[in-house]
Write a protein that binds this ligand. Structure first.
Ligand code: SAH
Ligand code: SF4
Ligand code: F3S
Length: 441
């Protein structure tokens, strides 16, 4: 039996995968530890989405080298998207790495640990699968607050956006058996969880068609939402091309499906969207925004955007700013374009926007979004929301924080409220990032 420490980078799907890995490790008789100093194996579940994500892992590996000098038996394994992208080459570049395992090969991990330990050899397993969904594995909830949990409902992506490595690191799109998803959510609810987030790279293109059974994403949402009105249901990430009215109808009919849609826009320019291979234009996107506002007037909308994609002109950058002004997002993840090996952009386009210009454009988007988020939050002052309490506020033990259905964080004086409870909170003040409120008497 060995002690395993796992460190996770990247998106929510990686965090969900780490919980599957922990389960596989426990089943094989190993013990997970939260003390890195006590570990026999350090597993790093990595992200490859932008160059700086990979640089961060490289830096972490240098730090771990010092720890290995103090603890001779300590072995390091790289998992996740960077493992898949670089495969065994990573063990040549990083000498202190003993094994490399891609996202579809985690079942092989226990056997690989044995091999590495007994034979002292290095090992790599990076084959991608068209069927693996790990749907028979009950994840071990790591660092959980016991209130909200992730459920992976699909894996992979084959949209091949021109900038993106995910189709190469995660393989073909495949959906998990819906009955196992509902069972997992039901089980979480029985254990006291109050919120589940259904995850996929394109969660709304979820599609199960087997044994005369057809279940699409809206139908699956209905099944999960009907477990209990006390179970909140969230989902991420939605692709604009697949955001159907049917999904919005199901959301409108179930108040426990949270009023928050993450709908990455990437750019406001039609030429950029085409070059990015996003399969929608700005008119389609704005039509979907209008549909959300029509079905769900109180829904928050969040996005991802890329500044300085190949050949983006100043005018096209201005179109992105215009899109932000039109939609008025509640939150945005904003990135500078990073050219990734093997993508369409790397093979066929020029990464021709100078770094300083990318930075300027990004900063303009960030400044605008900050202003919009603050204005949006100010409109919430005076309203009362149902809040699911998650824990103590970072600032003061006398305060708690939680989220409303719109996924906005609200801080308030605790009184005798406990985490895990639903409470009514009236907003009294705000910043661009947080609402401040008091319990409704
Ligand atoms: N599947 C999701 C997002 C996956 S990656 C979707 O399609 O929306 C999360 C975000 O990272 C993307 O939405 C995009 O904005 C950003 N991103 C992906 N590749 C990038 C790159 N090469 N450079 C900069 N940002 C990138
Ligand atoms: Fe990447 Fe596009 Fe797939 Fe999202 S939809 S994971 S951005 S290829
Ligand atoms: Fe990163 Fe892989 Fe997620 S590249 S964003 S960890 S799918």
């Amino acid at each position: 039996m060995s002690k395993i420490y796992i460190e996770t980078y990247g998106c929510q799907m990686n965090f969900a995968d780490s919980e599957i890995i922990a389960s596989l490790m426990n089943e094989a008789g190993h013990e997970m530890t939260t003390e890195i100093e006590q570990a026999d194996y350090v597993l790093i579940n990595t992200c490859a989405i932008r160059d700086n994500a990979e640089q961060r892992i490289r830096k972490r590996l240098r730090e771990l080298r010092a720890m290995q000098q103090r603890h001779a038996g300590l072995r390091i394994g790289i998992l996740g998207c960077m493992a898949e992208r670089l495969q065994s080459q990573l063990m040549v570049e990083e000498e202190n790495v003993s094994f490399v395992v891609g996202p579809d090969a985690y079942r092989r991990l226990p056997a690989m640990l044995e091999q590495v330990r007994q034979q002292g050899v290095k090992a790599a397993e990076t084959e991608l699968s068209t069927t693996e969904t790990y749907d028979d594995i009950e994840p071990v909830r790591l660092n959980s607050n016991g209130i909200s949990a992730y459920i992976s409902i699909m894996r992979g992506c084959q949209n091949y956006c021109a900038y993106c490595v995910v189709p190469y690191t995660r393989g073909r799109e495949r959906s998990r058996n819906p009955h196992t998803i509902v069972t997992e959510a039901q089980h979480l609810f029985e254990m006291g969880y109050k919120e589940v987030t259904l995850l996929g790279q394109n969660v709304n293109s979820y599609c199960w068609a087997q044994d005369d059974e057809n279940v699409d994403f809206p139908e699956l949402m209905r099944w999960v939402a009907e477990i209990s009105p006390l179970l909140r249901v969230r989902f991420a990430t939605s692709h604009p091309k697949d955001l159907s009215d049917k999904l919005l109808e199901v959301m409108a009919a179930h108040s426990n499906i949270c009023r928050c849609i993450h709908l990455p826009v990437q750019s406001g320019s039609d030429r950029m969207l085409k070059l990015m291979n996003r399969h929608y234009d700005s008119a389609w996107y704005l039509d979907r925004i209008a549909a959300i506002r029509r079905y769900l007037p109180d829904c928050s909308i969040t996005t991802d955007v890329i500044a300085g994609f190949c050949s983006e002109t100043e005018e096209e950058h201005q179109m992105t700013l215009d899109m932000f002004r039109k939609v008025r997002y509640d939150y945005a993840y904003m990135f500078k374009f990073s050219l990734r090996p093997n993508t369409y952009a790397e093979k066929h386009l020029q990464d021709d926007i100078p770094e300083a210009e990318k930075t300027r454009r990004l900063e303009e988007i960030i400044a605008l979004q900050g202003q919009i988020a603050l204005e949006n939050n100010k409109k919430e002052v005076g309203k009362t929301f149902e809040v699911l309490v998650e824990g103590e506020s970072h600032r003061s033990k006398k305060q708690l924080f939680g989220r409303n259905s719109q996924n906005k964080v609200i801080v308030f004086d605790r009184e005798d409220v406990q985490p895990g409870q639903y409470v009514q909170v009236t907003v009294t003040d705000c910043t661009a990032a947080t609402l401040i409120g008091r319990l409704k008497q």
